[in-house]
Design a protein around this ligand. Structure first.
Ligand code: ADP
Ligand code: MG
Length: 576
């Protein structure tokens, strides 16, 4: 007796209509969700050409018998929903019976499947929605679905597909999110026989995180758990000492479903307020469980967006649980290794530091001392510091430098100021694309997602002056960096650049713009952070360097970095 039935018209009428399959990424999502619904413990994905030529998903789930196999590619045929009423408490990832039919309509599809109790399996072949073959076929228990030549019969849609490498990066990211949200299931993503991702299964969140993010990020992860009002959140948050330039390190699940919930993202990101510098995004993987009737998954054609009945409560729960994980427990919010970058002595210092989980960084600085640099020609270029050099009073909240300058109290944002100094240092380089060999190469532990980006954008990255080579299966040795960045860019900074590339845009941009982006990001990475404690000497050195900038008033992102309060104002406010 088969499990699949065609939905009645009433139920069909209630289903959020729209395109289910728009790109290889959506095919991957649907096929993996089907495998998970079938109870798979191991899922293997194979792709060619970013999923355009081939996207194949194999699982060891419950399989289908011959009758079900024939029905599986019929629109609105599903084993997961019987009545419209069931839409209110969907417990499976699928329920519309649309995915396989939609995929079959725009590709060459082959399904091989066998139920575990049966002696033989079956095979179905379809092209452009027409079933060409349905026959007995020997295969192990489980299901293998292979989608070839996506959109071969709809060239217009094919022409709107994202570039192969963008899509490949997205596929790796999504497979990573599935692995994190389903740590019991082993996931492998292969291309040309090579594993782009291999999560072991076995149930450990941490092992999944090592596979997805690499050991360095995994080492900073803290467990999250919270419950209340019949809802539950669990997962992992990375401490603020590791972060990314974008959101590729964030995975969210609701009742086992991978979702793109902006509202949950925000709740989790808010837990980091005050600990991450501007523009940085935290890394986390959070799984929310709510009673099925608390959430409507039927609002979006591909079910990526969902609606919560009690949004505020869910957000509150997520925020509190993350906040607790970040601030509570041993070690609290301690930030690992924040090396100093303005030696106050003259000349060049050089050395090697180990930061966080073993990223080696070369550390070069050639900043003249206050007296050496403060020649009349160089001080006060259009700035009016002369003759009043700032006298540093101290540091406020480990984020601002307070200084007295000729009847004014200056409040200087230390991070923004340092960023400006570095930014101009790069800009002054006659040719930023010149590669500079590092005395000690950077050893960078690569999360699989970004390894893939490095391979994809190899040419652009090299053109910007980077020279890197694999050093073992998960590590890169960066031997050259763009001139001017030597000593300023650490492993995390390098990963940020890759992340930026993976998020599209930069790879397609004209090189001038790309250079600026690189420089700005690199400056941001290299600069001291808010919360770094600075000595008086360091603060003096920073203000002195700032005084030599062409534009000492704004950070490279265009925000003001300095507020001046006239001492007279203070006098007035005190009624003098
Ligand atoms: P839905 O998942 O919404 O039911 P699909 O078109 O994705 O619709 O799949 C149709 C049906 O095919 C499913 O309801 C399920 O019974 C069956 N099916 C699809 N993929 C698998 C799989 N990997 N293993 C077992 N059964 C599957
Ligand atoms: Mg489905």
């Amino acid at each position: 007796m088969g499990k699949i039935a065609v939905l009645d018209d009433e139920t069909i009428g209630h289903i959020a209509a729209g395109e289910v399959v728009e790109r290889p990424l959506s095919v991957l999502k649907e096929l993996v969700e089907n495998a998970l619904d079938a109870g798979a413990t191991a899922v293997t994905v194979e792709v060619a050409d970013g999923g355009r030529d081939l996207l194949k998903v194999g699982d060891d789930g419950e399989g289908m018998d011959a009758a079900d196999l024939a029905l599986s590619v019929v629109r609105h045929a599903t084993s997961k929903l019987a009545r419209a009423d069931d839409l209110r408490h969907v417990g499976t990832l699928g329920f519309r019976g649309e995915a396989l039919a939609s995929i079959a309509a725009v590709s060459r599809l082959e399904i091989r499947t066998r139920r575990s109790g049966e002696v033989t399996g079956h095979r179905l072949v379809a092209e452009g929605g027409n079933i060409l073959a349905l026959e007995e076929n020997g295969c192990p228990p489980g299901t293998w679905i292979s989608v070839q030549d996506l959109f071969y019969n709809t060239p217009a849609r094919k022409s709107f597909l994202p570039s192969v490498r963008t899509e490949r990066a997205n596929l790796v990211e999504m497979a990573g999110a599935f692995s994190l949200l389903n740590p019991r299931v082993s996931f492998r993503l292969l291309e040309g026989g090579r594993a782009l991702l291999a999560a072991p299964g076995g149930g450990s969140y941490l092992e999944a995180a090592v596979a997805v993010h690499g050991p360095e990020v995994a080492a900073s992860l803290r467990p999250v758990s919270g419950r209340g009002a019949g809802m539950e959140v669990s997962g992992l948050v990375a401490g603020p000492e590791v972060s990314r330039a974008g959101r590729s390190g964030q995975a969210l699940g609701v009742n086992g479903r991978w979702v793109q919930s902006y509202q949950l993202r925000l709740a989790a990101e808010n837990a980091y307020i005050g600990t991450l510098p501007g523009g940085r995004r935290p890394i986390f993987c959070l799984s929310v469980r709510v009673p099925p009737e608390e959430v409507d998954v039927n609002v979006h054609p591909t079910k990526q967006e969902i609606r919560f009945r009690r949004l505020r409560e869910v957000q509150g729960l997520v925020y509190r649980a993350c906040r607790e994980a970040l601030t509570g427990g041993v070690g609290g919010m301690a930030v690992i290794g924040s090396p100093r970058r303005f030696p106050t002595g003259a000349g060049t210092t050089e050395g090697v530091r180990t930061v966080g989980g073993g990223v080696q960084r070369t550390f070069t600085a050639h900043e003249p001392s206050l007296t050496a640099g403060a020649t009349p020609e160089r001080v006060g270029s259009g700035y009016g510091w002369r003759p009043d050099l700032p006298r540093v009073i101290g540091q406020l909240c480990r984020s601002y430098i307070l200084a007295e300058v000729g009847g004014f109290l200056w409040v200087v944002d230390q991070h923004a100021a340092h960023e400006r100094v570095y930014y101009e240092a790069f800009a002054a380089e006659p040719d930023q694309t010149v590669a500079q060999r590092l005395l000690v190469p950077l050893t960078v532990e690569m999360p699989p997602v970004l390894w893939n980006v490095w391979e994809n954008w190899g040419e652009e990255i090299a053109a910007c002056g980077f020279l890197a080579e694999p050093f073992g299966p998960k590590t890169l040795l960066v031997r050259c960096v763009p001139a001017g960045l030597a000593g300023l860019l650490d492993g995390t900074g390098f990963l940020d650049l890759l992340e930026h590339l993976s998020q599209g845009g930069a790879g397609e941009e004209p090189s001038g713009r790309r250079d600026r982006l690189f420089r700005r990001m690199a400056a941001c990475r290299a600069a001291v952070k808010a919360k770094d404690e600075l000595s008086l000497g360091e603060m003096n050195a920073l203000l002195e360097q700032l005084s030599r900038c062409r534009d000492p008033h704004t950070c490279p992102h265009g925000r003001p970095l300095l507020v001046k309060l006239p001492v007279e104002d203070l006098a007035r406010r005190m009624g003098r």
